[in-house]
Ligand binder design. Structure first.
Ligand SMILES: Cc1ncc(COP(=O)(O)O)c(C=O)c1O
Length: 391
């Protein structure tokens, strides 16, 4: 049995007016926190270590352009993206700092890489040659990064091949090797044996280049986890993503650098009803009420990046109180039990990620409930969600 709740429409209409400029489901991105996080990280590195900010995947869901501007103003000297299109977007919006495409690009995409002054990752001679030919056509010298695989097993040349590849590339007229980098596969665990081994291999490979006149090379292997706990991994550049966004890669790491979460996810109560005990809620009736229940419908779903695995599991905050998710997360909406939040009204702010009156739902909570990791939670927050920047 569904009982219509007495709704204070005047109150609701006023609330929605306030919100009319954007969808009542949105990301709040705190740029002041981002600036402070960047300063804290840069401050811990010392003067001879550069900070490349990783802004791939739309800056892990935070908005690549806005984030790039703030990090560059607060200590970062270059940016890292994953694919050509992400680099193009930054250039077209006026970012002129060095941008490295951290993953190897596909053959045939050299023209745009050069046109937009992006720095590609090179993992074989053929690609370097094609880059050189295109650079010559455009009257440029391409600045490239070599990627070596010291143990990640994803892509890159082996440390043993480095010397020979560098010698060959040195003969290409229109290519300059700007940097050499590698990626750690497990710096976030308590056991640092693998990471230390990778750092050792990286160091050894670099020593081999000593006599090739590459003194000014950028050398980089550290990610967020290594920045926190492995200062010997800094070389002359670190590449930081997650930590900038105010999250720690794991609980096993020290929080030697203090950062605060930049992203919150908020919505508003769209619909309220009261149902009797035994009422099915949502697809498949995957939840059946155990008591007379006040149900609020929240207008965002898994198409917005809110994990479907939170069905019948997660919680949200309303008026600083926790309200459990009931039933399955739909593509565009989900329901919560607000029986214990008697003051709830249509239009009230719902916090799905972030703080509300001293309580907090973290990306780690969402990750725990949905068997994921905080990286995935934030980077999948969809483009359909408007971003509200706090400056
Ligand atoms: C090549 C490369 N460097 C650096 C990073 C940054 O890692 P983190 O977000 O842990 O700092 C990533 C992220 O996946 C990466 O792929």
């Amino acid at each position: 049995m569904v009982c219509k709740l007495k709704i204070d429409t005047k109150h609701s209409v006023e609330r929605f007016k306030e919100n009319r400029l954007h969808r009542p489901a949105y990301l709040e991105i705190d740029l002041k926190r981002l600036a402070q996080n960047t300063k804290n990280i840069k401050g811990a590195l010392g003067t001879n270590v550069g900070l490349l900010s990783v802004v791939k995947a739309d800056a892990y869901g935070h908005g690549a352009y806005e984030v790039s501007r703030v990090v560059l103003e607060n200590g970062a000297d270059s940016l890292g993206v994953a694919i050509l299109e992400e680099g193009i977007e930054l250039r077209e919006r006026g970012i002129d700092a060095p941008v490295v495409i951290l993953y190897p690009e596909f053959y045939g995409r050299e023209e745009k890489i050069l046109e937009y002054y992006l720095r590609p990752t090179v993992t074989d001679f053929d690609f370097a040659r094609m880059i050189s030919e295109e650079a010559k056509k455009q009257g440029k010298v391409a600045e490239v990064y070599l990627k070596i695989d010291t143990g990640m097993g994803r892509y890159g040349i082996s440390p043993e091949e480095l010397l020979a590849l560098v010698k060959k590339i040195d003969h290409l007229e229109n290519v300059k090797i700007k940097g050499i980098f590698s990626q750690l596969s497990e710096a976030e665990g308590g056991d640092k044996e693998n990471a230390t081994e990778q750092i050792g291999k990286f160091q050894k490979a670099l020593v081999k280049l000593k006599f090739l006149n590459h003194d000014g090379l950028i050398r980089s292997i550290a990610n967020s986890a290594a920045v926190l706990d492995l200062p010997e991994s800094y070389f002359n550049q670190v590449r930081v993503g997650l930590l900038l966004y105010g999250l720690y890669p794991s609980k096993e790491l020290s929080n030697s650098i203090k950062v605060k979460p930049v992203m919150s996810l908020k919505s508003r109560v769209l619909f309220l009803k009261e149902v009797g005990k035994g009422s099915p809620i949502g697809y498949g009736g995957a939840y059946v009420t155990k008591r007379k229940t006040k149900v609020a419908t929240i207008p965002l779903g898994y198409a917005d990046g809110y994990p479907r695995l939170l069905s019948n599991k997660g919680e949200v905050l309303i008026h600083g109180k926790k309200a459990p998710i009931i039933g399955r997360i739909c593509m565009d909406a989900f329901m919560v039990d607000v029986t214990d939040v008697p003051e709830v009204r249509i239009g009230d702010v719902v916090t799905l990620l972030g703080e509300d009156k001293g309580k907090e739902i973290t990306a780690d909570d969402l990750a725990f409930w949905s068997s994921s990791i905080n990286y995935e939670i934030i980077s999948r927050m969809g483009r359909r969600l408007p971003k509200v920047y706090l400056r």
